[in-house]
Design a protein around this ligand. Structure first.
Ligand SMILES: [Zn+2]
Length: 113
């Protein structure tokens, strides 16, 4: 199954590269605290990202990462690539907006029925 997983990885890299090239990785900085929130603007909404956890709020991550430990979604891969090449948008917010911002993002997380 080596070929299969390699093809899968290439597909993921391709998607991640495209995402970085089109500047769909965003860094939101909340001021004055300097708190940082990363998101990826996907085809099915915005996704909340956290590399150190690692965590992504997309469906792929929820259903796959949690069952297969070394599976990371292409958003996380894109974030790492964007960070390395500094190809991301930085948007500044006020700290008061933080809760509304996070709440808005979390509403897009797929819920299990
Ligand atoms: Zn994701």
């Amino acid at each position: 199954m080596v070929i299969d997983s390699r093809a899968k990885l290439n597909g993921k890299r391709e998607k991640a590269t495209k995402m970085v090239e089109t500047k769909r990785i965003k860094l939101h900085i909340f001021l004055p605290s300097g708190r940082k929130v990363w998101t990826a603007v996907g085809s099915d909404g915005d996704h909340l990202l956290n590399v150190s956890q690692p965590y992504c709020s997309c469906r792929d991550f929820h259903f796959r990462y949690l069952t297969d430990k070394d599976e990371e979604c292409y958003h996380l891969l894109a974030l790492k690539m964007a960070f390395r090449s500094k190809k991301y948008d930085t948007i500044e917010f006020q700290d008061e907006e933080y809760v509304f911002f996070i709440r808005g993002l979390l509403e897009e997380i797929p819920h299990e029925k």
